[in-house]
Structures are given as structure tokens and as C-alpha cells.
Design a protein around this ligand. Sequence first.
Ligand SMILES: NC(=O)c1ccc[n+]([C@@H]2O[C@H](COP(=O)([O-])OP(=O)(O)OC[C@H]3O[C@@H](n4cnc5c(N)ncnc54)[C@H](O)[C@@H]3O)[C@@H](O)[C@H]2O)c1
Ligand SMILES: O=C(O)C1=N[C@H](C(=O)O)CCC1
Length: 233
Amino acid sequence: MNIALLGYGKMGKAIENIAIKRGHHIVLKVSRDTSDYVFDNIDVAIDFSLPSSAFENISNCIRNKIPVISGTTGWLEKYDDIVSLCKTHNGTFLYASNFSLGVNIFFEVNKTLAKLMTGLPQYKVSIEEIHHIQKLDAPSGTAISLANEIISQSDYKNWTLEPPKPKEIGILAKRIENVPGTHEINYESDVDCISIKHTAHSREGFALGAVIAAEWIHDKTGVYTMKDVLNIG
Ligand SMILES: NC(=O)c1ccc[n+]([C@@H]2O[C@H](COP(=O)([O-])OP(=O)(O)OC[C@H]3O[C@@H](n4cnc5c(N)ncnc54)[C@H](O)[C@@H]3O)[C@@H](O)[C@H]2O)c1
Ligand SMILES: O=C(O)C1=N[C@H](C(=O)O)CCC1
């Protein structure tokens, strides 16, 4: 496949390495705010840019009939607008807050655990995420996905970065040098604690998942998630 990388920072470079190893060609790299790039002979675009630029990049692809996947976090208040645009243009789009296979398994474990914990109000749930200090958004997109899944299975109403009130899920976002991404969910009672945790050792898992998603989506139309790619959930 001929791939456009929209965002050529830490993730863009990790994706380039894996895409080349899998026989793909990187034909366009965009790493700054610009509208002067042309989509020529591109099979799929992969957006890992900035919260402030993802919407523009994705819209641009959809308008130009380029299938696009995005892993950029921190822009999801406009997700529904992208879905509408995609439908209007009969385009192709996939977003994942986390592309790694391990985290997508972890999402399923989180959902199952949240179902098991319904009706056990003595356990209070909280989420901790740790990322490198360059990360622009907090909490992480992955932590928001985890919290939303718990909310959908329980009578928790929302998540917060503040000390949680009743029916709120507290998220603690820590920033520590060089941490690629760690997520932990804790159910605390007076007598014990149940914890599940995912630790990324590098960015390779995110990058591999993104290339696999790009391979899967490039000949389809519609709006998809990693559950479709991995056939889980
Ligand atoms: N979904 C996942 O699996 C996953 C995994 C890791 C990171 N992320 C997310 O991906 C995004 C990028 O992460 P990163 O670690 O590579 O960040 P980064 O800061 O290293 O890279 C972002 C790059 O985007 C470039 N950029 C600026 N304006 C742009 C524009 N208009 N168009 C295209 N590129 C532009 C910047 O110059 C920079 O090189 C973040 O939102 C992060 O949270 C998601
Ligand atoms: O490095 C980042 O930034 C990451 N962002 C995603 C998130 O916000 O969940 C995925 C993990 C790494």
C-alpha cells in the first residue's frame, strides 16, 4: 500500500518503521500545519498528529476520498462531525484511542470486570494512567475509553480528574519521563482491592496495530473501530 503519514513525530516514525517492514511505501509525510499537500496515489492515510490538527487532517482525507485512520487523542468532541462527514462523502474512517492488541484485549477485560462489579457498591473504582511528559492531553484517550466503558456497564455517571464525588470515576493522570503508556483500574473496598493493569513497553504495539488497521480498512467504506479489525467485543 501507499501510505500518507499525517503527523511524523514519535508515532509517525514508529509507524513508518513497521509499515516498511511489512512491504508498504510511505509516499507522503506531513508534520506541520499546512494545506498545501496533495493526495497523489495514496491508498490510506494514518493520522497521529496533534489534538488541534486531527479534525482538519481527517476531514481533508474524507473530502478527498482517502481512507483514513486516526490515533490522535484529545479532539473527540468533534468525533460525531467526522462520522457525519464520512457518511455524506461515502468515506472511510477508523478511530482508536489505543491501537495496541494488548490494550484492546484489556478493554474487553475491563468491560467484563465492570459487569461483574455491578451491584457491589462497597467497591469504588478509579483509573490511573501514566505517560511521558511530552503528552499534550490528560487524561489519556485510553483512560477515557476505559471510563466510558465502565459508565456504560454501571451506575457511574461521569469521569473526573478532580477528587471524585459519588457516581464519578476518578482518573489520576501522571506524567513521568519516557513512559510509553500504562493504565490501571482499581476497585477498592475496605477489605481488599481488585486491580487490572496494562503496561506498554514501547510504542511498537500501538504502531503495529495502526498498520494492521490501515491494511484492513483501505478497501472498505464506512466508520469502524478496532473491534471490527480484531473481530472482538
Ligand atoms: N491511538 C494510539 O494507539 C496512540 C498511541 C500513541 C500516541 N497516540 C496519540 O497520537 C498523537 C501523536 O503522538 P506522538 O507521540 O507521535 O506525538 P508527537 O508530538 O511526537 O508527534 C506529533 C507530530 O505532529 C506534527 N504536526 C503538527 N501539526 C500538524 C498538522 N497540522 N498535521 C500533521 N502533523 C502535524 C508535529 O510536528 C509532530 O511531529 C497524540 O495525540 C497521542 O496521544 C495515540
Ligand atoms: O503517547 C501517547 O500520547 C499515547 N496516547 C494514547 C492515549 O492518549 O491513550 C495511547 C497511549 C500513548
